[in-house]
Ligand binder design. Structure first.
Ligand code: UGA
Length: 436
């Protein structure tokens, strides 16, 4: 099938390349000329495992191309909208500027029978408004939310655990659903659940999923706060409750909390939208979820500061990690980087290292000292704090070896990802999050 993907960021670039990898002819479109030049040259503009390969293969096959010209979308049967919906500068609501601009620019190039499939995360009700603009062209607007995780984006796009599409009622919607089944033919062939629903439900599924995940993380972080005043161990607690299949262990990793380009802004946009709908109280708990999450960053900083008797002024502190999670170079709303910046603000000499995210981190926080090599970064540190659980720190950093590099022996485990016993046995003062 011929497809267009409007917006070539983390979502769109992966979607375009993944759709080409399953046999479609795809054009990816973005207004950012540098991004398009890089993608056209076969260079992934960000780090995402597997993307480089499917990008190169797609370009070589001739099925994948990129353009800054919206006119190149003409002729595609399905046009995916994958542009960003960031938090507004002056409030919690989502900024829909890019979605509106993408749809407006696309409309002149639509033909009777085309499908416009929204993938961006939007406040419920957005699709119905957009449909009013798209329908007069003879095209059909559907909402097809995306659940990919950064770091696993290629796998999640090619082989998702479920597909969801909101379509209009009646034959037009049925036809649109059939076309989407054709698009996602490998998933349909292996009987991946494909939920066809109305526009509002599809939009809500997406924000509800992210709200649930954020709540799960803040729940365990709230338990960490209780553990901290009782001497309990939140890691053991998570293991124990996680054995209950109704609860499950995943997303019960206590630590410095969630960040990134999705969960934080999505729960805020959800609160803002619920308030507009007169149902603010229904999701009032999301404010607590957000507050708990932000407190964990304070806690990590406090652990370091209190270990030094109340001041980190002129202490050398090495921060292991800058990305908001491993397998990603994304530093948007990164708790890791936030902790580093706060320590710097308290007068510490902060050195940050990360296997992939240094370039992005430096761009937003040039005041920090960045060192590529992990061991080099550890040299002469008075304290070390792990804030992104990369294997390079979690598995591959030997505490005895680390001790030969640093000046001090304080290790703060902001992700509860280290073997506390092993670090203590090597002479370190180990401090975890919600652990004795
Ligand atoms: C999230 C959702 O997981 C995806 O399903 C969704 O498609 C995506 O947002 C989106 O809306 O586009 P992502 O932002 O890539 O994906 O990252 P997650 O894996 O959800 O992690 C989010 C944050 O939570 C990270 O900072 C991570 O370190 C943190 N986290 C995760 C914890 O603190 N504890 C955990 O147990 C799990």
């Amino acid at each position: 099938m011929r497809l267009s993907v409007i917006g070539c960021g983390y979502l769109g670039a992966v979607h375009a390349a993944a759709m080409a990898s399953i046999g479609h002819e795809v054009v990816g479109i973005d207004v950012d000329e540098r991004k398009i030049a890089s993608l056209s040259n076969g260079e992934a503009p960000f780090f995402e495992p597997g993307l480089q390969e499917i990008l190169s293969d797609g370009l070589a096959s001739g099925r994948l191309r990129f353009s800054t010209d919206m006119a190149d979308a003409a002729g595609a049967a399905v046009h995916f909208i994958g542009v960003g919906t960031p938090q507004q500068k002056d409030g919690y609501a989502a900024d829909l500027t890019y979605v509106n601009a993408a749809v407006d620019a696309l409309i002149p190039h639509l033909a009777e029978g085309d499908i416009v499939a929204g993938k961006s995360t939007v406040p419920v009700g957005t699709a119905a408004t957009l449909a009013e603009r798209v329908t007069p062209t003879g095209a059909t607007l559907v909402w097809n939310p995306e659940f990919l995780r950064e770091g696993w984006a290629v796998q999640d796009t090619v082989d998702p655990d479920r597909l969801v599409a909101g379509v209009p009622a009646g034959p037009e919607g049925e036809r649109a659903a059939d076309i989407l089944r054709e698009v996602y033919h490998p998933s349909v062939a292996k009987n991946t659940p494909f939920i066809i629903t109305d526009l509002a439900t599809a939009e809500l599924v997406k924000v509800a999923a992210n709200a649930f995940l954020a709540t799960k993380i803040s729940f365990i972080n709230a338990m960490a706060e209780i553990a901290e005043v009782t001497g309990a161990d939140v890691t053991t607690l998570a293991d124990a409750i996680g054995h209950d299949a109704r609860i499950g262990r995943r997303f019960l990793g206590a630590g410095i909390g969630f960040g990134g380009g999705c969960l934080p802004k999505d729960i805020r946009a959800f609160s803002a939208r619920a308030e507009e709908l007169g149902r603010g109280e229904s999701v009032a708990f999301l404010r607590e979820v957000d507050a708990i999450n932000m407190r964990r960053r304070d806690r990590a900083v406090d652990l370091v500061v209190s270990a030094f008797g109340g001041s980190v002024f002129k202490k050398n502190i090495t921060v292991l990690g800058a990305a908001f999670k491993p397998h990603s170079d994304d530093t948007r709303d990164s708790p890791a980087l936030d902790v580093a910046v706060r320590l710097h603000g308290l007068g510490a000499w902060v050195t940050v290292t990360d296997p992939e995210a240094i370039e992005n981190a430096r761009r937003i926080h040039p005041q920090l000292n960045y060192v590529e090599d992990r061991d080099e970064a550890l040299r002469a540190a008075d304290a070390v704090i792990v804030v992104t659980e990369w294997d390079e720190y979690r598995r591959e950093l030997d505490p005895a070896h680390a001790a030969t590099l640093t000046a001090g022996r304080l290790i703060v485990d902001g992700r509860n990802c280290l073997d506390a016993d092993a670090w203590r046995a090597a002479g370190w003062d180990y401090r975890g999050m919600g652990r004795p």
